[in-house]
Design a protein around this ligand. Structure first.
Ligand SMILES: Cc1ncc(COP(=O)(O)O)c(C=O)c1O
Length: 398
């Protein structure tokens, strides 16, 4: 049996590989350079072009692009009317922004446990968490796999809630043949560099609802409007605008938008390659009883953003931390997505305690994120598999 590098064996790879990396080609660079030479670095034509492209991609009626995925969630929470004293249901297995957007609006996040096999919020547990204060559900398509939208749409309609889909991971995924982005009341995207397509930073909110769309436009730009129909006073002249709500500067630049327009041309390629890598990992790891492969619901045709390797601790002599360190010694540099949000000191001070979501806590103790990105070669993929297999077999509990 091969000795892991951490025990003095030879690493599976000579060079380090990281869990995510952007893919930028000459067309992307050219697109950015063209904007740099143009008149509009921000508030220019690339914004509308990108928004149209996102609508065509997803089938959503409206898209509002913005500075990042966190801003997108904040704008969506405001447009949903979330305010002081409200409750917002979400999952703890996500980046903090999914719950923080409720806090920004003075509301309280309510954490509902995940399904132990798909790792997405468990729709069967959502209804029990609804109170008369509940205003919205922020459902996260964790790893890019769609949440069970039929169930969540039904629950939110029944209880008069807004369904905000945190689709930071989901671009390129379809649910029952419809692209995520066109189904929930609002869907947010993130274009951070580890995501499937990137603008350096960037975000978007997609919706089919014109009223929500108009609110999102206001919140993106200080609550300022130039539309006379939205104004409260007589216009003073061609320069005139009014601030009619309290918004922010959550604008995206045309530089980011141009990069994203170019990146979106490659989405089918990115999607295909990510699917291939996931299939290869799944095939290799399904054979190893000390590893658990994330369950995929048939309704989601997933463009995977993250690949979660989950250990079965009862079948290993090492825990997740040692597994993570052993992989690092093989030059496979992983990450962990995510620390349950309510573990953070800030949330502890708000009164949240460990024990709230047992499935999420168990997953957190057993998971790590393996490298997954378009630019990985077949040799990269095989060396990651070699490293994982070597460690799993060496530390198997006999
Ligand atoms: C699930 C989830 N929600 C929200 C965000 C926030 O996106 P951004 O980093 O673009 O603000 C991220 C990004 O890391 C995320 O993974």
């Amino acid at each position: 049996m091969k000795k892991p590098a951490i025990e003095g064996g030879i690493p599976a790879r000579e060079t380090k590989i990281y869990y995510g990396h952007q893919y930028i080609d000459d067309a992307d660079i050219q697109a950015v350079v063209e904007v740099m030479k143009s008149d509009n670095l921000t508030c220019g034509p690339k914004i509308g072009e990108l928004e149209e492209k996102l609508c065509r991609l997803t089938g959503a009626r409206y898209a509002v692009v913005c500075s990042n995925g966190t801003a997108a969630l904040h704008m969506a929470a405001m447009a949903a009317g979330i305010t002081e004293g409200d409750e917002v249901i979400t999952t703890p297995i996500t980046f903090a922004a999914s719950a923080n957007c409720a806090l920004y609006c003075g509301a309280r996040p309510v954490f509902v446990d995940i399904d132990p096999e798909t790792y997405n919020i468990d729709p069967n547990k959502v209804e029990a968490a609804i109170t008369e204060r509940t205003k919205a559900i922020v459902a996260v398509d964790f790893t890019g796999q769609s949440v069970e939208l039929d169930r969540l749409v039904e629950i939110s309609r029944k209880h008069g809630l807004k369904l905000i889909e945190d689709g930071a991971h989901v671009i390129g995924t379809t649910y029952k043949g419809r692209a995520n982005g066109s189904i929930s009341d609002m869907t947010t995207f993130s274009f951070h560099p580890v995501k499937t397509v990137t603008g350096g930073e960037g975000g978007a909110v997609l919706t089919n609802d014109e009223m929500l769309y108009k609110k999102l436009l206001l919140y993106r730009a200080h609550g300022i409007t130039r539309d006379e129909a939205q104004m409260e006073h007589e216009t003073d002249g061609p320069w005139y605008y009014e601030q009619v709500a309290l918004g922010y500067n959550y604008r995206m630049t045309d530089i980011q938008a141009a990069l994203l327009i170019s990146q979106l041309d490659k989405l089918p390629l990115f999607r295909q390659r990510r699917k291939e890598i996931v299939a290869r990992y799944n095939e290799a790891f399904a054979r190893l009883p000390m590893l658990f492969v994330q369950k995929e619901i048939p309704d989601s045709d997933t463009t995977r953003h993250l690949y979660i390797l989950r250990i079965v601790p009862e079948k290993l002599t090492i825990d997740r931390k040692r597994f993570f360190e052993a992989l690092a010694a093989e030059n496979v540099c992983c990450n962990v997505h995510y620390i349950p949000t309510y573990y953070f000191p800030y949330y502890e001070k708000l009164g949240f305690q460990k024990g709230l979501c047992p499935n999420a806590e168990k997953l957190y103790a057993e998971m790590l994120s393996l490298p997954l990105y378009y630019g990985m070669t077949d040799a990269d993929v095989e060396s990651v598999i070699e490293a994982v297999t070597k460690i799993a077999l060496y530390y198997e509990k006999k």
